[in-house]
Design a protein around this ligand. Structure first.
Ligand SMILES: [Zn+2]
Length: 133
């Protein structure tokens, strides 16, 4: 059950990351949950198949019952982690909307320091000509 708390923690971190980059968090958090359980499921399935193939050589007695559970469980967690990581990576790879917004807001007149409109060609305060973006 601790996984659920880890997932909630990741959801919060992803939400903060999205907002800091000027993006809505909802869909990315939804994607995170899908990627988490998807990664977990496929990694577990993959590990189970690998265990069944390798156990085929030694016989199904003890190997099939004891060791695979640990292997499958660890694989599932790694798969979930990998799924979550890829969503964080996706958000980081997307253009940072906030940075562009701030860049536009930071534009000020070189003469008097008055904030300028994004497409302004002259300062509204002192009339100094400025280069438009
Ligand atoms: Zn000015």
């Amino acid at each position: 059950m601790i996984e659920i708390f880890i997932l909630i923690h990741f959801c919060r971190k992803l939400g903060a990351l999205c907002r800091s980059r000027g993006r809505k968090a909802g869909w990315f958090q939804f994607l995170l949950v899908i990627a988490w359980f998807g990664g977990e499921f496929f990694a577990a399935l993959f590990a189970t198949v690998i265990c069944m193939i390798t156990a085929g050589h030694t016989g199904p007695d003890t190997v099939m019952l004891e060791a695979p559970f640990v292997i499958v469980y660890i694989s599932a967690l790694l798969g979930a982690g990998l799924g979550a990581w890829s969503v964080f990576l996706l958000v980081k790879l997307l253009p940072n909307l906030k940075a562009e917004e701030e860049k536009a807001e930071d534009r000020t007149c070189s003469g008097c320091g008055e904030p300028l409109q994004r497409r302004a060609t002259s300062c509204p305060s002192c009339g100094k000509m400025v280069t438009a973006e």
